[in-house]
Design a protein around this ligand. Structure first.
Ligand code: BGC
Length: 506
């Protein structure tokens, strides 16, 4: 096995990549030099031509004919990965998700989160892996049920553990982004009505305040709430997640309370930490009309887009409730975003369907020629990344891509998915859209909510039984992009040659 470079060992005293095949990391050093130093169009021709024999020579000539180019990212760009407490920590026994997992039929194949990725005990082992990939950013969440196990009772030892994690990230030159609410709630809160109850807004603000008091020393980049739309729709309309309800009005009330919770937390955080940068993570999907020539399909797509994507943005940026969230002013929500987070994965085509009253007379489908992602996760549609960024740029706020990724156990789609989406993000940056960073979902396979362990989003594969990790090729690819702070065409040729024609036409 090839020996690892020194940096992480020096800091941490042991080899974080122990037992992994690391040949690629050392090859990457050579490639990086070429990528950074060689001028486009004349990549590495000289040395190889003077020494190589026939077949190599042919290869070089062939490569010389292909135009080389490099898509550079801004110097201070943040490259990270994103996770959430319940999905990685393990043994989160005191929240509503733990209870939900115990009931048959809730999680695919009866899976449970169990030890998850064992982060509560040893997140640091994966932080080492993140540092080994060259990342300078990591998004994680704090688990409310650990910090406040009983109403009004805060657990200092839990806060200390989070402090230790954040400090550990800083020591590895990784900037933490902390999410305060990522789907899970303390059991006591769920029992007293959770986000249906307007009282929860103040309770959340109190919790946020306590967290910032303890962890503000290590973090000033806060994400209040993850995906209010996904939380509201999956838990209160589709009934697929806790508390398993199916009522549109309740779903809307819950989303309104989440937005109010965001605004209240925003103010608490700024009162304690004036320099804080506070935002939230918005899940956006692209909804295009199934038949662009059909006015009914166009209208159906617009409606679904307003309901899913726009209503929340309008509330938080203009301070106005629009349908389906309600009517009237929401002044308290205004000026509560220092940045906005985009979680982008896929798109849907929308057709008008008069039989689907519950679904706003719409039906979602995929284009006939669409490439589908594994696990029924939708269409491979990288341009959606650009379109969402374009739309968010109009809000005039800094943007972070707080999530983007694909479930792909055998890693046959992820390299192309990753490069194609990064390229679309690069295009957005070329237009001066203020994209500050990218957090890939996710570092290590984790507990994928109601899909249990059936969907594997990690750059690193995990066997949840043995906790063994195996680095996927995509991790190697991401590390190369991060180290070059760019997408050089050599990386496209190596990992996703099919993309060349699209990225480098001609
Ligand atoms: C959520 C993550 C989830 C990911 C992949 C996002 O909606 O924030 O928690 O794992 O999608 O499904």
């Amino acid at each position: 096995m090839v020996k690892r470079k020194q940096k992480p060992d020096k800091v941490l005293g042991h080899d974080p990549f122990e037992g992994m095949d690391l040949e690629w990391l050392d090859q990457e050093q050579d490639l990086d030099q070429e990528e950074i130093e060689s001028a486009p169009g004349e990549a590495e021709a000289e040395p190889v031509l003077s020494t190589a024999e026939g077949p190599v020579l042919e290869q070089v000539i062939e490569r010389k004919l292909l135009p080389a180019a490099t898509f550079h990212f801004p110097a201070d760009f943040k490259w990270g990965v994103a996770t959430a407490a319940h999905q990685v920590e393990g043994n989160n026994t005191n929240n509503d998700w733990w209870d939900w997992e115990q009931e048959e039929g809730h999680i695919k194949n009866g899976y449970q989160s169990g030890l998850a990725c064992n982060w509560w005990e040893d997140a640091e082992a994966d932080f080492n892996r993140a540092a080994g990939l060259g990342l300078n950013a990591l998004r994680l969440s704090v688990e409310w049920s650990r910090v406040e196990p009983r109403p009004g009772e805060f657990d200092d030892s839990a806060l200390a553990r989070y402090g230790e994690m954040l400090q550990g990230l800083r020591e590895r030159n990784i900037e933490p982004m902390v999410t305060l609410h990522h789907f899970s709630n303390p059991r006591w809160l769920a029992e007293q009505g959770g986000w249906e109850d307007p009282e929860t807004v103040a309770l959340f603000a109190r919790f946020a305040c306590r967290v910032v008091k303890s962890l503000g020393e290590y973090c000033d980049l806060w994400c209040t709430i993850n995906e209010p739309n996904v939380y509201g729709y999956t838990g209160y309309l589709e009934g697929a997640r806790p508390p398993g309800q199916s009522d549109l009005r309740t779903a809307m009330r819950v989303i309104r309370h989440l937005l109010a919770g965001h605004a209240a937390a925003y103010r608490e955080i700024h009162a304690l930490q004036p320099q804080a940068r506070v935002g939230f993570a918005h899940n956006m999907r692209i909804f295009d009309p199934a038949n662009p020539r059909s006015p009914l399909d166009r209208r159906a797509a617009r409606t679904v887009d307003k309901v899913y994507n726009q209503a929340i943005l309008t509330a938080l940026t203009r301070g106005r409730w629009t349908l389906p969230l309600g009517f009237g002013l929401a002044w308290k929500l205004r000026r509560t975003l220092d940045w906005i987070g985009l979680n982008y994965y896929t798109r849907d085509l929308v057709a008008f369907d008069r039989t689907q009253r519950q679904a706003l007379f719409s039906r979602r489908l995929h284009a006939n020629d669409a490439e589908l992602l594994d696990g029924g996760y939708g269409e491979f549609y990288p341009r959606g990344m650009f379109r969402c960024l374009q739309r968010l740029a109009r809000l005039g706020l800094p943007i972070y891509v707080t999530e983007n990724g694909v479930p792909d156990d055998d890693d046959d789609q992820r390299p192309r998915y990753l490069l194609a989406h990064l390229h679309q993000m690069w295009r957005a940056i070329q237009r001066c859209y203020p994209v500050m960073g990218y957090y890939h979902w996710t570092l290590v396979d984790n507990f994928e909510w109601d899909d249990g362990w059936t969907l594997r989003f990690g750059l690193i594969a995990l066997d949840p039984e043995t906790q063994a990790r195996t680095v996927r090729r995509s991790a190697e690819l991401y590390a190369r992009v991060v180290r070059a702070n760019a997408i050089p065409s050599q990386i496209v040729d190596t990992y996703a040659p099919k993309l060349r024609a699209e990225l480098l036409p001609g």
